[in-house]
Design a protein around this ligand. Structure first.
Ligand code: DGL
Length: 263
C-alpha cells in the first residue's frame, strides 16, 4: 500500500537532518529513508550540471527504495534541480530555498543578509525569488565558503569554525542587516555560535518548520499519509561516503548503512 511507503529525504550530508527532525516530529507515524550524499559533498562548490546529475542519481536511489514523496533537504540541490526533478519524476517533491520573503517582510533596516552556498546564490531560482520577494530591500549575499566541510569533518566545537563564521558575518553586519537568512540546511547547527556572534538586533531566519508543514500538506493533498496513526515510523539512514560523519549527528547506536549511488 502506497501510504505505508517511506518519505525520502536527502542532502549532501548531515544538513538535511535539520529537516528530518521536524518532519519526524510533525508526522511521527511516517516511515523515512535519509540519504547523506557525503561522497559528493559539498554540493555548493560544484557546477550546475554536476548538481543536477547527482541529484537525479540520489532521487533514483530513493525511488528504487519505493519512496512516496521526496524532500530535497538541500538548498543547493533545490535551487538548481527541483524544476527538472518535477518534470521528470511522477511523485511529489518538497524543496527548500532561502527564506527571503519572511526576512524581507520583517526587516526594519530594509537590509537582509543571506548566508548560502555558491551553488545556491548563483542559481536562477534564487535570482528569481530575490527579484520577486525582495523588492525595495537590499539583499547582502554571502557565500559560506568552508562552513559545510568544517561542520561535516570537524564538528561544531572548534575555534576555527567560530573564526570562519565570524569572518563571513562581518561584511553583512557592516551593511546593517537586521535579518540573517540561513540559506543552507547545514547552518542551523551554527545557531549557538550565531547567538554569540550576532548583535541582538539581528534575527536569524530559518524555514525548517515550514518545510515540515509543506511535507504534511503535500501528503494530505496526494492522499499519501500513513494511516497507521498510533504506530511509530521506522527510520533508515544511508550515506554514500564514510558512516562516521552521519553517525556523529544521530543518537548513539543509530545504524547507518553505506549506499552506492549512480552505479
Ligand atoms: N546542505 C546543503 C544546502 O542546503 C548543501 C551544502 C553543500 O553540500 O555545499 O545547500
Amino acid at each position: 500500500m502506497q501510504q505505508k511507503q517511506p518519505i525520502g529525504i536527502f542532502d549532501s550530508g548531515v544538513g538535511g537532518l535539520n529537516l528530518w527532525k521536524p518532519i519526524q516530529e510533525l508526522l511521527p507515524q511516517e516511515n523515512t529513508i535519509y540519504i547523506a550524499d557525503n561522497a559528493f559533498s559539498p554540493y555548493g562548490k560544484r557546477s550546475k550540471d554536476e548538481i543536477i546529475s547527482r541529484t537525479f542519481q540520489v532521487v533514483e536511489s530513493l525511488i528504487k527504495k519505493e519512496c512516496k514523496l521526496i524532500v530535497v533537504a538541500c538548498n543547493t540541490a533545490t535551487t538548481n534541480a527541483i524544476d527538472k526533478l518535477r518534470e521528470k519524476f511522477d511523485l511529489p517533491f518538497v524543496g527548500i530555498e532561502p527564506a527571503l520573503k519572511p526576512a524581507a517582510l520583517q526587516s526594519q533596516t530594509k537590509t537582509i543578509g543571506v548566508l548560502a552556498t555558491q551553488g545556491t546564490l548563483s542559481s536562477k531560482l534564487f535570482e528569481k525569488t530575490s527579484h520577486t520577494h525582495a523588492q525595495g530591500i537590499k539583499v547582502v549575499e554571502q557565500i559560506g565558503t568552508g562552513l559545510v566541510t568544517a561542520i561535516e569533518e570537524n564538528g561544531l566545537e572548534t575555534p576555527a569554525l567560530k573564526t570562519l563564521l565570524s569572518n563571513h558575518l562581518k561584511p553583512m553586519l557592516e551593511q546593517n542587516i537586521d535579518r540573517l537568512v540561513l540559506g543552507c540546511t547545514h547552518y542551523p547547527y551554527l545557531v549557538p555560535l550565531l547567538e554569540e556572534l550576532l548583535p541582538p538586533q539581528v534575527v536569524v531566519v530559518d524555514n525548517s518548520m515550514a518545510i515540515a508543514r509543506q511535507t504534511q500538506y503535500l501528503l494530505e493533498k496526494n492522499k499519501l499519509q500513513n494511516p497507521a496513526q498510533n504506530s511509530k515510523g521506522e527510520h533508515l539512514f544511508y550515506c554514500t561516503g564514510h558512516e562516521a560523519q552521519l553517525k556523529a549527528f544521530l543518537p548513539k547506536g543509530t545504524p547507518v548503512e553505506q549506499l552506492r549511488v549512480g552505479q
